[in-house]
Design a protein around this ligand. Structure first.
Ligand SMILES: CSCCC(=O)C(=O)COP(=O)(O)O
Ligand SMILES: [Mg+2]
Length: 261
């Protein structure tokens, strides 16, 4: 088995979700289709609620920022004229959400609505999050060795908590010390990792970030965070240069913590 030694200065392990703890197939084949199939009905049912209106306002702001992009779908403000007005706005929100999802965009606005929509499915028990089988045992071991474990995903903090609270392994939320999402900054921007370190109260070089996306790994590395790229079934392939440059692991069990020896 390949072993990657964790530098002694590392006290925090920061985990990506999709492609790292969780199969991309779970996200693409279960989580995302749920949104596409249910978004219209969800908006119709919850339209008058404060949370839903906040989500729509955030999506509208994002749509304004996106107006220069090819195929962007604007979201009109409700004019208040006529009974069909909400239906017209709802259809625009549905089209906007589907357009963003067709590009796998990671905007905070899209991720916030998705998190709110998944809540019902997870709480009803009709959806359970999948984790690779090495994840839970490894995280338990790291924590026993004194490591702190945090999550940094484009999925909203609320969605992350749903996944860890309702998994095929049961409620495993206690394995995580804290969560970060794109509200702290995008995962391909090195400043996000500096802000995460500052929020945790450590130096960036005390963090080891595990992710499947090399652009995220490069951004973290630029901030002096240690990184390893996680190679899982179904993940995007890496170039030869990426394979040579980055430390690679195929399972969390390949990480060796000197402190746990
Ligand atoms: C709570 S994660 C749901 C999946 C998701 O929406 C997503 O964008 C995952 O992105 P990641 O940063 O974990 O690769
Ligand atoms: Mg990922």
């Amino acid at each position: 088995m390949v072993v990657l030694s964790v530098p002694a200065e590392v006290t925090v392990i920061l985990l990506d979700i999709e492609g790292t703890t969780t199969p991309i197939a779970f996200v693409k084949d279960i989580l995302f289709p749920y949104i596409k199939e249910n978004v219209k009905e969800y908006l119709q049912t919850h339209w008058e609620e404060e949370e839903c209106q906040q989500d729509v306002n955030l999506l509208r702001k994002q749509a304004e920022e996106d107006s220069h992009l090819d195929g962007a779908v604007p979201i009109p403000a409700a004019s208040g004229n006529g009974a069909d007005d909400p239906q017209r706005v709802i259809q625009a929100v549905v089209d906007n959400v589907c357009w963003q999802m067709s590009l796998d965009r990671k905007t905070t606005a899209l991720k916030q609505l998705q998190g709110h929509m998944w809540r019902a499915a997870f709480k009803a028990g009709s959806m359970k999050a999948e984790f690779f089988e090495d994840v839970v045992p490894a995280v338990r071991k790291w924590r026993e060795a004194g490591m702190k474990v945090y999550i940094y995903s484009s999925g909203s903090v609320e969605a992350q908590k749903l996944l860890f609270g309702h998994s095929t392994e049961g409620d495993i939320h206690e394995l995580v010390d804290g969560h970060f999402d794109t509200k702290i900054g995008h995962k391909v921007e090195s400043e996000s990792y500096r802000k995460i370190a500052s929020s945790i109260g450590c130096s960036t070089n005390n963090i080891l970030f595990l992710t499947d996306v090399t652009r995220e790994a490069s951004a973290a590395e630029e901030a002096d965070v240690h990184v390893a790229v996680v190679v899982r079934p179904g993940n995007a392939g890496l170039t030869d240069d990426e394979k040579t440059y980055f430390s690679l692991i195929t399972s969390f069990s390949e990480l060796y913590l000197p402190s746990s020896a």
